[in-house]
Design a protein around this ligand. Structure first.
Ligand code: ADP
Ligand code: MG
Length: 606
């Protein structure tokens, strides 16, 4: 071995090639990916992959594509030899997956490679071999039109790299996963994967990406995905994602494809995550498959050596686009039925709010809400559960509502009065466009009250309803201090509370809107106090206003066990869907579970 004396030497070409190869040929799965991409570039409709010994024995890819003429075959293994004349910069501008003409040369440098190819249907082809980079002459060989590339003894001449490989089992898993990711955006191509002689995957031509998802991830799983789509002048997005009910702490699939290429991008990932968090608590996440078709000039692929990460020219815009697409798509999925199904009578929530808030900040959404609910204020009829507007009044103000489009939208999207059933005095069952909806009555009411309370605490004061007889509540001294200290907040919510001396307080007025039955005032106050005196960390909100709002929501919301009338249930649903974030309670638990007709049909084995 030569001495390392600090002298600078030019490395021999064979070494340079091996180093370069390291970029493309990281592990068996990257070889498979390059070979499959070549087959796709050759227009194959059928691609068979077979793997031996986790890819270290052999990786064989056979396709029925265009094949190579003998002249082309001779050049295919030369470094920087490509028939897809492009530069790395406009990688995404071309329709092919390959771009640098490096893959075959690189793979050839670190394995025993053979390529057999025929460019006609006559059954005659040619074979070329490379062993550690040195090429043989062409030999004639039988082959149907298309190409077979076999890569054997990967890294046989680079023992150091082989050492870095994970276990055979881990490599097999990586191979299978890489295969899954490769086949998803090409539903019309029939792929098969065999490992050590066993057929692991077989994806016959599918009608669309969702069917392909079903083939790789399972039919049951795919059936539950929601489709979110959007289009703008320079891009279109097709996103399949889990419903809020199916989100999990560790989702199985989160794949982004840009112009059919599997890549990563933070704006897309965060856009989806954030939009989805509106529907469910943060610790649970959806699986998703996002296919973006975008003007290639708006992408920068040169941010990552293996081109796995990409940048968009306007990341903020991309975030917004994705965010909106997902939020609207998922919301649509849980949307109330259309007004065609609306029966003649009509009940409105006390404070309608814009349901579609994707583009508005919370505070401006709040403003819109005040606008569109202005007409309701004067016509409140106090019912035990929720105040309901006069339907006539609502009808007439439709045309002249100052909030314009938003209100029309609201009219369109809000809940219709449809039959609801209360189940075990806990849940509400309602039929919706595409299935059934189950609502947790307490969580749903909590969400409604929470948002109302936040608005009240933030400036406006809620209307009060005086009680005929004050309700006297006995509290521990410490609790009483909390209540009297928070009198301002209690007042903003619509409570009138006085010190009654000793351990007692007296409640002489309660919120006019949305509050529960008088008989439950005492329990509600006690529960609020309990909530407020709890360690902030042990509950959800440390911030005072939110904490108060959450305490109120928790204490005042209808409880399990409370029977609800038909109008009360409808009013509850109406208010829920008018909320800014109808899908979770203030603590992040879901307020509703949707079961699709598909799912029901499946349960009945239809
Ligand atoms: P690139 O894909 O970037 O062009 P490769 O080294 O992967 O570079 O392939 C070199 C060339 O070999 C390709 O441009 C293509 O002309 C030819 N080739 C490789 N694989 C196939 C195949 N399966 N069918 C037809 N031609 C192929
Ligand atoms: Mg290639």
């Amino acid at each position: 071995m030569e001495l390392r004396d600090g002298t600078i030497r030019v490395l021999p070409q064979t070494v340079v090639e091996k180093i370069a190869a390291g970029e493309v040929v990281e592990r068996p799965s990257s070889v498979m990916k390059e070979l499959v991409e070549n087959a796709l570039d050759a227009g194959a409709t059928r691609i068979e992959v077979s793997i031996e010994d986790a890819g270290f024995g052999a990786i064989r890819v056979t396709d029925d594509g265009e094949g190579m003429s003998p002249e082309n075959l001779k050049k295919a293994l030369l470094p920087h030899a490509t028939s897809k004349i492009v530069s790395a910069d406009d990688l995404f501008a071309v329709s092919t997956m390959g771009f640098r003409g490096e893959a075959l040369a690189s793979i050839g440098a670190v394995s025993r490679l053979s390529i057999t190819s025929a460019d006609s249907h006559e059954g005659l082809g040619y074979r070329i071999r490379s062993e550690g980079g040195s090429l043989t002459a062409l030999e004639p060989e039988r082959h149907t039109k298309g190409t077979t590339v076999a890569c054997r003894d990967l890294f046989y001449n680079v023992p150091a790299r082989k050492k870095f490989m994970k276990s055979r089992k881990a490599e097999r898993t990586t191979l299978t996963r890489a295969f899954e990711q490769l086949v998803l955006p090409f539903p019309s191509v029939h792929f098969t994967l065999s490992i050590d002689g066993k057929r692991l995957m077989d994806t016959p031509p599918a009608a669309n990406a969702l069917e392909r998802v079903a083939q790789t991830a399972g039919t049951q799983f795919a059936r539950k995905l929601v489709l979110c789509t959007a289009e703008s002048s320079s891009m279109s997005a097709t996103i399949y994602m889990s419903t809020p009910e199916d989100a999990t702490p560790r989702p199985r699939h989160q794949y982004l494809y840009v112009n059919l290429r599997r890549v990563d991008n933070d704006s897309v990932t965060y856009g989806i995550r954030q939009a989805f968090s509106r529907f469910i608590e943060h610790s649970r996440r959806p699986s998703w498959f996002c296919f973006l078709d975008i003007d290639p000039t708006r992408i920068d692929v040169n941010v990552h050596p293996t081109k796995q990460k990409i940048k968009f020219d306007d990341e903020g815009k991309m975030f917004g686009f994705i965010h909106r697409t997902v939020q609207e798509g998922v919301a649509e999925h849980i949307t109330p039925p259309s007004s065609a199904e609306r029966p003649p009578f009509n009940l409105d929530p006390p404070r309608p709010r814009s349901f579609t808030v994707a583009e508005t900040t919370p505070s401006s959404a709040e403003d819109d809400a005040e606008d569109s609910s202005g007409a309701d204020k004067g016509v409140q009829v106090s019912l035990p559960l929720l105040s309901l507007a006069d339907p006539q009044e609502r009808q007439t103000d439709k045309g002249v509502d100052p909030s314009g489009d938003k209100s029309v939208q609201w009219q369109k999207e809000r809940w219709s009065l449809i039959p609801c059933y209360q189940i075990h005095r806990r849940f509400i069952l309602a039929s919706i466009k595409n299935g059934i909806l189950l609502i947790d009555q307490h969580a749903a009411h909590e969400r409604i009250l929470f948002e109302q309370a936040l608005a009240d605490l933030d400036g406006g004061a809620s209307d009060s309803q005086r009680l005929l007889f004050p309700v006297v509540v006995e509290l521990a001294k410490s609790e009483k201090t909390v209540v009297l200290g928070g009198r301002k907040q209690f007042a903003a919510l619509g409570f009138d509370i006085q010190d009654w001396g000793g351990n007692t307080i007296a409640v002489s007025a309660i919120p006019a809107v949305g509050f529960l039955r008088e008989s439950a005032v005492k329990d509600a106050i006690q529960e609020m106090v309990e909530y407020l005196t709890d360690e902030p960390s042990s509950r959800f909100y440390a911030e005072s206003q939110k904490r108060f709002a959450a305490a109120y929501a928790c204490g005042a919301a209808i409880k399990f066990g409370q029977e609800l009338k038909q109008e009360e249930m409808n009013s509850l649903l109406d208010s829920l869907f008018a909320a800014q974030n109808p899908y979770t309670c203030p603590h992040g638990r879901p307020t509703m579970v949707r079961i699709s007709l598909d799912e029901l049909a499946r349960r009945f084995l239809r």
